[in-house]
Design a protein around this ligand. Structure first.
Ligand code: IPM
Ligand code: MN
Length: 346
C-alpha cells in the first residue's frame, strides 16, 4: 500500500474541528483505496503564538517541507494583532513553498441552490495567483499617525510569476469541457501590471488555440458573478482580486461552508497545501456548529493533486450525496463528518 506523509495544521477557531472531520473522511477513503496517510500535527496558530511568540519557526517549516501535502484548517484570531498570523504563518507557508496556483472551484449543487434567483448551471474554477501581487508585503509607511501619513502597498507582478500561473490556468481550461478562460484584472487603471497580465495571456493563448479567451475588469466581473455566473469556466487573476472574487464566488454557490481550496506548487517534491476558503470563525469555535464540508472537499483536492483520483472522486461523491439529502435540520460538525465518512467508506 502506498503511504503518504501528511502535515496537519488545524490552526485557530473552527480550524481544528473541521480538520478533524476531513481527516476522518481521508482515513475512511484511504482504507478502501489501499493507501495510508501518516499524519504529523503541527501546533501552530494563535495559542502557540500566545505561549511562545512563534508563528512558524524555521525548524517546523523545514519539517513541514518533508511531507507530501499539508492539510490546514484556518488561521486567525481576534486576540492576535491583525496580520501577525496571516503573514507569519499562512502567507509564509504559501510563499516559502511557492504555492503559486491558488485553486478555488465553485459550483452550484442543485439541492443547495444559490441566493441568486436564476443562476443557471454554475461550475467554474478561479486560478488565483498565490505568491505575488499586493500580498508580497512590499510597502511602507511614512509619518505614521500624522496628517501627512503616506502608506504604500506595492503590487509585485513578475513576468516569470504571471506566465507560470497563466500557463497553468490555460492547461486547466484546455482539460475542461467548455475550454474557456477569463482574465480578470483592472488594466484600465493598473496599467503596468494589467498590461503584463494581458500580454502574457495573449502570448500563452497561441499555444492553446482551442481555449476561448475573454477579459473582464474586476468590477465588471463582480457584476457578472451575480447576474450571469454560468458564463465562467476558468478565471485567472492576481492574488488580491482572486481573494475577493472567491469569497463572492462562495457566496453565490452555497456559501462559504462549501468552498474548498488548494495552494498548489505543481512540483510534487514540495508539499502543496489544502484548506477551506473560510476563516477561523472564532464566534462559533468549539461549539460543533461549523460545516466541515469545505475542509472535506479540500481533502478531495489534496487526493487529486497526489494522483489519488479514485479517492478524490469517492470523497466528492460522498459529499454530493450528503448535500443532496440535507434537510435544513441542524447537525453538529461531527455529525456531518460522520455522515460523509460513512458514505465515503462505501
Ligand atoms: C484566504 C484568506 C487569506 C488571504 C488571509 C487569511 C490572509 O482570506 O485564504 O482567502 O487573504 O489569502
Ligand atoms: Mn480570502
Amino acid at each position: 500500500s502506498k503511504n503518504f506523509k501528511l502535515a496537519v495544521v488545524g490552526g485557530d477557531g473552527i480550524g481544528p474541528e473541521v480538520t478533524a472531520e476531513a481527516l476522518k473522511v481521508l482515513d475512511a477513503v484511504s482504507a478502501t483505496q489501499g493507501i495510508t496517510f501518516d499524519k504529523t500535527e503541527f501546533d501552530l496558530g494563535a495559542a502557540r503564538w500566545h505561549k511562545t511568540g512563534d508563528t512558524l519557526p524555521d525548524e517546523e517549516l523545514e519539517a513541514i517541507r518533508g511531507h507530501d501535502a499539508i492539510l490546514l484548517g484556518a488561521i486567525g484570531d481576534p486576540t492576535v494583532p491583525s496580520g501577525v498570523l496571516e503573514r507569519g504563518l499562512l502567507l509564509k507557508l504559501r510563499f516559502t513553498l511557492d504555492h503559486y496556483v491558488n485553486l478555488r472551484p465553485s459550483k452550484i449543487y442543485p439541492s443547495v441552490g444559490s441566493p441568486l434567483a436564476n443562476p443557471g448551471e454554475v461550475d467554474f474554477v478561479v486560478v488565483r495567483e498565490g505568491t505575488e501581487g499586493p500580498y508580497v508585503g512590499n510597502g511602507g509607511a511614512l509619518r505614521v499617525g500624522t496628517p501627512a501619513e503616506i502608506a504604500t502597498e506595492v503590487s509585485v507582478n513578475t513576468a516569470y510569476g504571471v506566465e507560470r500561473v497563466v500557463r497553468d490556468a490555460f492547461a486547466r481550461a484546455q482539460a475542461r469541457p467548455r475550454r474557456k478562460l477569463t482574465l480578470v484584472h483592472k488594466n484600465n487603471v493598473l496599467v503596468h501590471a494589467g498590461h503584463l497580465w494581458k500580454r502574457t495571456v495573449d502570448a500563452v493563448a497561441t499555444e492553446f488555440p482551442e481555449v476561448a479567451v475573454d477579459y473582464l475588469h474586476v468590477d465588471a466581473a463582480t457584476i457578472f458573478l451575480v447576474t450571469d455566473p454560468a458564463r465562467f469556466d476558468v478565471i485567472v487573476t492576481d492574488n488580491l482580486f482572486g481573494d475577493i472574487l472567491t469569497d463572492l464566488a462562495a457566496a453565490i454557490t452555497g456559501g462559504i461552508g462549501l468552498a474548498a481550496s488548494a495552494n498548489i506548487n505543481p512540483d510534487r517534491s514540495v508539499p502543496s497545501m489544502f484548506e477551506p476558503v473560510h476563516g477561523s470563525a472564532p464566534d462559533i469555535a468549539g461549539q460543533q456548529k461549523a460545516d466541515p464540508t469545505a475542509a472535506i472537499l479540500s481533502a478531495a483536492l489534496l487526493c487529486e493533486h497526489l494522483g489519488l483520483v479514485g479517492a478524490a472522486r469517492a470523497i466528492e461523491a460522498a459529499v454530493t450525496a450528503d448535500i443532496e439529502e440535507r434537510t435544513g435540520a441542524p447537525r453538529t460538525t461531527a455529525e456531518i463528518g460522520d455522515a460523509i465518512t460513512k458514505r465515503a467508506a462505501g
